[in-house]
Ligand binder design. Structure first.
Ligand code: PHE
Length: 407
């Protein structure tokens, strides 16, 4: 027990070399020590029972990096909410007999901030593992730092293959990857929507968007469809009229909007204003209650692939939904489900490792075999789970389950 551990108190006492102040300090120290002896908590007194541990519980520090501000802030909010539930549940039982403490960092969906955040969590906070981030471009920036420092990292939702392959052997994720997601959308478009022609719009500065566009194209062509146009733009662009004007005369049956909800809503609106009638399809990046707020009726009737449906009747989904709604007053989206799952996978691995050593947690993670909200998780050799996807139909501001697709 070091009463003067807090810097300010100590500095104030010693400031200016005032003898009186030093004497007061010495007296005060004596007083505290004597008082401590009488109250039975003298420093370094041998622990007679578990009481001391209870007074100062040891915690396991875990970092979490999410976009709490910026263009995909609803992603961060859902993820943080869900991790808090997982932590509460873990702490009710304890992990290795200790409590989990999560230190949250906001990367505002900007890769440079994600890299700084994980570096800070590892060097300053000495976290034993990191959950995050959401966007692939952000997790790609974090992965190599995790592996260099032998600190396991699990992204909840980053679907681009590079997250784990470039990140290295300490990097895992709780979601499926985009070669699968692109194929799911392509199959749904050709088999269910019976589309033969498509166009793709993607953000050239966003790994997720570009990757999903490419994987969809490959899948659509493999299914016998024809991709009439691949039109790109840059992150932050607000005006898509140039690209849409090129696409319009080609008259594709569907248009893949491979981006996050804000941009998707904007593009959909501008496309409808130009008289484009194609059905819009997309990936998990559409998943936000704000999609309809931005896109309005332009997005009505669109379809997107996702990781889970809140209407699933499996007991794990029902329980999670009930807890989440009770706490946060809204239906958990896929971001929430996957962040919860990522935390569960990590905490289970720490318990199984029997240690907070990075290499041991990493090995326990590799051996994961766990039923979570978004399905059953085991990892392949690239530390990616193999899981099914769902297709969701946008009906105004509601999402309806449309199909389930297994790998
Ligand atoms: N898959 C997206 C990416 O890799 C992130 C995301 C996942 C967004 C799920 C919404 C829902 O960037």
């Amino acid at each position: 027990m070091d009463v003067f551990k807090e810097g300010t108190t100590k500095r104030e006492f010693l400031k200016g070399g005032n003898v009186m102040k030093k004497k007061s300090l010495a007296l005060f120290v004596c007083f505290v020590m004597i008082a401590a002896m009488f109250t039975g908590c003298a420093p370094k007194a041998p622990a007679a029972s578990g009481e001391q541990a209870a007074a100062a519980p040891e915690v396991i520090k875990v970092g979490a990096v999410f976009p709490m501000t910026g263009d995909v802030a609803t992603f961060g909010e859902s993820s943080k909410n869900a991790v808090s539930i997982a932590v509460e549940e873990a702490n009710a039982k304890g992990v290795l007999g200790k409590k989990i403490e999560v230190i949250f960092e906001d990367d505002s969906n900007t890769p440079a901030n994600s890299a700084n955040a994980i570096q800070k969590l590892i060097s300053n906070d000495k976290v034993v593992a990191v959950i995050g981030s959401v966007s692939s471009k952000c997790s790609i920036a974090m992965g190599p730092i995790a592996t260099q420092n032998k600190v396991p990292m699990i992204s909840s939702t980053s679907t681009n293959p590079k997250v784990t392959t470039d990140g290295g052997e300490y990097v895992f994720r709780a979601c499926f990857i985009d070669p699968f997601q692109g194929t799911v959308i392509a199959k749904f478009a050709t088999e269910t929507l019976k589309a033969k022609t498509a166009a793709v719009l993607y953000d050239v500065s966003n790994d997720y968007s570009k990757g999903l566009g490419d994987y969809f194209k490959a899948g659509f062509e493999k299914q016998g469809g024809q991709v009439l146009a691949m039109e790109s733009y840059n992150g932050g662009d607000q005006d898509f009229n140039a690209q849409l004007t090129k696409i319009k005369p080609m008259n594709p049956e569907i248009i893949l909007l491979a981006d996050y909800y804000n941009t998707v809503g904007l593009i959909a609106k501008q496309a409808r204003a130009l008289g484009i009638t194609a059905t819009f399809v997309g990936g998990d990046g559409w998943d936000s209650a704000d999609l309809y707020k931005v896109g309005g009726d332009a997005i009505d009737g669109g379809y997107f692939s996702n990781h889970y449906s809140a209407d699933d009747t499996s007991p794990l989904v029902v329980d999670f939904r009930k807890n989440y709604e009770a706490k946060f007053g809204k239906t958990p989206d896929a971001l929430a489900a996957l962040a919860y799952d990522a935390a569960k996978i990590l905490f289970a691995a720490i318990e199984k490792a029997g240690s907070t050593d990075g290499a041991k947690i990493k090995d326990a993670m590799k051996a994961t075999d766990l039923e979570v909200v978004s399905g059953k998780v085991t990892f392949d050799q690239d530390r990616n789970p193999i899981k099914g996807a769902v297709m969701i139909k946008v009906v105004k501001d509601k999402y309806e389950f449309a199909a389930k697709v297994n790998p």
